[in-house]
Write a protein that binds this ligand. Structure first.
Ligand code: NOJ
Length: 450
């Protein structure tokens, strides 16, 4: 390891109970899109449509984790990573989204769980990481109110088969992203657009988050139950009143809209008037069914956004000033490299007085990586992780609540609409041969965790 990759950071500074892990999601790594009875997901369908994914990439094989999971679990072990977050593919275990189950899919996840436990790695399951069964999308997907009961039945199945060994559960991953991109903008699966689809999906997903969590609580008394939110530090482009107001609306949409009902505060309709339209879909009994007392909240913070007022953008009256326009350093996602965002986000979410624990369930960066003589010198990624950890440590030393850090991601994988060009892994994947190469960032993390 060259000197510049070392850092003053030491795991012990974070305390003995601090959780260290790495995160993945089923659709992004598994491949085996139709193996052993798996049904189609909305992402299988979306990726098969022309022009949806950059460079025509698809995830038919992805990282082939379905077949190579044991090798990848060995790599997690080799990197000294004690916690592994992965998601269950709903259509792999319930091909049409509802009963009957697909036993081969259940067997597959049981093998993963057993293998992790045998290696001393703690499994952390995300129940929904965006791959809704296509058969349910045909019935309206998350825009259909029945989605709450479809999801509840699916959660029951997961608990029945995996709940005896898995303690750590996350109900829904980044609701603001998959409803915004998939139901309003149409740039993610299922490709729906418009405010009506978006608001219906938002409300049903929020109800499903609380409903799923309640089922886990009833069935697994000692479960550690969380759910994850995407969060972005927001700043106004100037100190004009217009930009400050615009930034406040974007902050409400991106950081508050999904978590506040879960925390029992209702939707932040006062600060974002379009949310008043939600009242068309909120049934009287819903008000008691939106909140849940989670054991932890997973925050996933990658960057900051700078916002200016814009009358051209409907509903939000704001636009983002891209990193490119601002001439700042960015990742392959076009996201500004701005580690202090992590500190600001921790401070902001610590202001809610009913969050018990905060775990950073994702953080990482996509940079172009090249394998040279069997090595990947991804110095930018190593620095990105170190700089974010410094911000977390600063937050911790300031007395803020933060209890864990999971890197996104174990290996390079299918980055949704971006395809395979955005590489986030601690481990490089050659997608032609499926060869894995531990990057220097992975070696640094291994050393840090040892
Ligand atoms: C958020 C999502 O949960 C994950 O699926 C995605 O790959 C990363 N962030 C990076 O964009």
């Amino acid at each position: 390891m060259n000197k510049i990759e070392s850092s003053f950071l030491n795991k012990n500074q974070f305390g003995e109970d601090f959780l260290w892990g790495v995160s993945t999601a089923a659709f992004q790594i598994e491949g085996a899109h139709d193996s052993d009875g798996k049904g189609s997901s909305i992402w299988d369908v979306f990726t098969s449509q022309k022009g949806k994914i950059k460079n025509g990439h698809h995830a038919l094989t992805a990282c082939d984790f379905y077949n190579t999971y044991q090798d990848d679990i060995n790599l997690i072990n080799e990197l000294n990573i004690p916690n592994f977050r992965f998601s269950i593919s709903w259509p792999r275990i319930m091909p049409t989204g509802v009963h009957p189950i697909n036993q081969a899919g259940i067997d597959y996840y049981n093998k993963i769980i057993d293998s992790l436990l045998a290696s001393g790695i703690e499994p952390w399951i995300t129940l929904y990481h965006w791959d809704l069964p296509h058969a349910l999308e045909v019935k309206g997907g998350w825009t259909n109110r029945e989605s709450v009961s479809w999801f509840s039945d699916y959660v029951e199945v997961c608990i029945q088969y995996f709940g005896d060994r898995v303690k750590n559960w996350m109900v829904i991953n980044e609701p603001s992203v998959f409803t915004g991109a998939g139901y309003f903008l149409g740039i993610h699966a299922p490709g729906r657009k418009g405010i009506t689809n978006y608001l219906k999906a938002m409300h049903h997903v929020t109800l499903a988050t609380a409903a799923g969590a309640k089922i886990i609580r009833e069935r697994i008394p000692n479960a550690n139950i969380g759910t994850t939110f995407s969060c972005t530090h927001i700043e106004p482009a100037t100190d004009s009143a217009k930009d400050i107001e615009a930034a406040k609306r974007v902050d409400t949409l991106l950081n508050r809209t999904f978590i506040e009902p879960i925390l029992g505060m209702g939707y932040p309709q006062k600060d974002l008037s379009v949310l008043k339209k939600l009242n068309n879909y909120i049934a009287p009994e819903d008000l008691d069914n939106l909140a849940f007392d989670f054991d932890f909240i997973g925050l996933q913070c990658y960057t900051r956004e700078v916002v200016k007022s814009s009358i051209l953008t409907p509903y939000i009256g704001a636009e983002l000033v891209s990193a490119e326009k601002r001439n700042v350093i960015s990742t392959d996602m076009g996201w500004e490299v701005y580690p202090p965002a992590m500190y600001h986000i921790l401070k902001k979410f610590n202001e809610y007085d009913n969050i018990k624990k905060i775990i950073i369930t994702e953080n990482g960066a996509a940079f172009p990586d090249i394998v040279k003589n069997g090595k990947v010198h991804d110095i930018k990624r190593t620095h990105f992780i170190q700089d974010n950890l410094e911000q977390i440590l600063k937050a911790k030393n300031d007395g803020l609540n933060v209890d864990g850090y999971f890197v996104w991601s174990l290996t390079d994988n299918f980055e949704w609409a971006e395809g395979y060009n955005a590489r986030f892994g601690l481990i490089h994947v050659d997608f032609e041969t499926q060869k894995r190469t531990i990057k220097n960032s992975g070696l640094w993390f291994k050393d840090f965790l040892s």
